[in-house]
Write a protein that binds this ligand. Structure first.
Ligand code: HEM
Length: 76
Protein backbone atom coordinates (compact mmCIF):
# COMPACT_ATOMS: atom_id res chain seq x y z
CA UNK A 1 0.00 0.00 0.00
CA UNK A 2 1.26 3.44 -0.88
CA UNK A 3 2.50 5.65 1.94
CA UNK A 4 2.20 8.80 -0.15
CA UNK A 5 -0.44 11.26 1.03
CA UNK A 6 -2.96 11.95 -1.75
CA UNK A 7 -3.53 15.54 -2.88
CA UNK A 8 -6.87 17.27 -3.41
CA UNK A 9 -6.27 18.37 -6.99
CA UNK A 10 -4.78 15.14 -8.33
CA UNK A 11 -6.54 12.49 -6.28
CA UNK A 12 -9.56 13.65 -4.26
CA UNK A 13 -11.32 16.10 -6.58
CA UNK A 14 -11.60 13.50 -9.42
CA UNK A 15 -13.60 11.25 -7.05
CA UNK A 16 -16.53 13.69 -7.25
CA UNK A 17 -18.45 13.65 -10.53
CA UNK A 18 -20.70 16.33 -12.01
CA UNK A 19 -23.81 14.74 -10.50
CA UNK A 20 -22.23 14.67 -7.03
CA UNK A 21 -21.21 18.29 -7.30
CA UNK A 22 -24.57 19.48 -8.57
CA UNK A 23 -26.51 17.53 -5.94
CA UNK A 24 -24.54 18.99 -3.04
CA UNK A 25 -23.95 22.52 -4.33
CA UNK A 26 -26.57 24.03 -2.00
CA UNK A 27 -24.43 22.92 0.98
CA UNK A 28 -20.86 22.89 -0.34
CA UNK A 29 -18.92 22.70 -3.59
CA UNK A 30 -17.22 19.32 -3.97
CA UNK A 31 -14.95 20.83 -6.64
CA UNK A 32 -13.66 23.47 -4.22
CA UNK A 33 -10.63 22.72 -2.07
CA UNK A 34 -11.79 25.14 0.64
CA UNK A 35 -15.29 23.65 0.84
CA UNK A 36 -14.19 20.01 0.85
CA UNK A 37 -11.44 20.80 3.32
CA UNK A 38 -13.75 22.52 5.80
CA UNK A 39 -16.46 19.83 5.46
CA UNK A 40 -14.03 16.92 5.32
CA UNK A 41 -15.21 15.18 8.50
CA UNK A 42 -18.87 15.11 7.41
CA UNK A 43 -17.91 14.06 3.86
CA UNK A 44 -15.67 11.24 5.09
CA UNK A 45 -18.36 10.07 7.48
CA UNK A 46 -21.01 10.04 4.73
CA UNK A 47 -18.93 8.01 2.25
CA UNK A 48 -17.66 5.68 5.00
CA UNK A 49 -21.18 4.87 6.13
CA UNK A 50 -22.30 4.61 2.52
CA UNK A 51 -25.10 7.15 2.92
CA UNK A 52 -23.49 9.26 0.15
CA UNK A 53 -23.53 9.43 -2.80
CA UNK A 54 -27.29 8.82 -3.05
CA UNK A 55 -27.01 6.40 -6.01
CA UNK A 56 -24.58 3.91 -4.47
CA UNK A 57 -21.75 3.30 -2.06
CA UNK A 58 -18.15 4.12 -2.93
CA UNK A 59 -15.66 1.25 -3.34
CA UNK A 60 -13.43 0.80 -0.27
CA UNK A 61 -10.36 2.06 -2.18
CA UNK A 62 -11.99 5.46 -2.72
CA UNK A 63 -13.00 5.74 0.93
CA UNK A 64 -9.43 4.79 1.96
CA UNK A 65 -7.98 7.42 -0.36
CA UNK A 66 -10.19 10.14 1.12
CA UNK A 67 -9.33 8.99 4.65
CA UNK A 68 -5.60 9.10 3.91
CA UNK A 69 -6.00 12.62 2.52
CA UNK A 70 -7.79 13.80 5.69
CA UNK A 71 -5.37 12.06 8.04
CA UNK A 72 -2.42 13.30 5.99
CA UNK A 73 -3.31 16.94 6.61
CA UNK A 74 -5.47 17.64 3.53
CA UNK A 75 -2.79 18.84 1.09
CA UNK A 76 -3.95 20.93 -1.89
C1 HEM B 1 -19.54 11.64 -3.20
C2 HEM B 1 -20.54 12.50 -3.38
C3 HEM B 1 -21.31 13.10 -2.22
C4 HEM B 1 -20.85 13.46 -0.98
C5 HEM B 1 -19.43 13.39 -0.45
C6 HEM B 1 -22.00 13.94 -0.23
C7 HEM B 1 -21.95 14.39 1.08
C8 HEM B 1 -23.02 14.78 1.83
C9 HEM B 1 -22.97 15.22 3.19
C10 HEM B 1 -21.69 15.34 4.02
C11 HEM B 1 -24.22 15.52 3.57
C12 HEM B 1 -24.68 16.02 4.93
C13 HEM B 1 -24.59 14.95 5.96
C14 HEM B 1 -25.38 13.73 5.63
O1 HEM B 1 -26.63 13.82 5.57
O2 HEM B 1 -24.78 12.65 5.47
C15 HEM B 1 -25.09 15.24 2.45
C16 HEM B 1 -26.46 15.42 2.45
C17 HEM B 1 -27.28 15.17 1.37
N1 HEM B 1 -26.90 14.69 0.13
FE1 HEM B 1 -25.03 14.28 -0.45
N2 HEM B 1 -23.11 13.86 -1.02
C18 HEM B 1 -22.73 13.35 -2.24
C19 HEM B 1 -23.55 13.10 -3.33
C20 HEM B 1 -24.90 13.24 -3.34
C21 HEM B 1 -25.76 12.86 -4.44
C22 HEM B 1 -25.29 12.28 -5.77
C23 HEM B 1 -27.02 13.09 -4.05
C24 HEM B 1 -28.23 12.76 -4.90
C25 HEM B 1 -29.28 13.55 -5.03
C26 HEM B 1 -26.98 13.65 -2.71
C27 HEM B 1 -28.07 14.06 -1.94
C28 HEM B 1 -28.02 14.54 -0.65
C29 HEM B 1 -29.18 14.96 0.12
C30 HEM B 1 -30.62 14.94 -0.38
C31 HEM B 1 -28.72 15.36 1.38
C32 HEM B 1 -29.53 15.86 2.54
C33 HEM B 1 -29.80 14.71 3.45
C34 HEM B 1 -30.52 15.18 4.67
O3 HEM B 1 -30.00 16.10 5.30
O4 HEM B 1 -31.57 14.60 4.97
N3 HEM B 1 -25.68 13.72 -2.31
N4 HEM B 1 -24.34 14.79 1.40
Amino acid sequence: MSTTVPSYEDDVKPLFNQRDRGSMLSQFDLWSYDDVSSNADAILQAVSRGTMPCYGQWPAEQVDLLRRWVEGGKPV
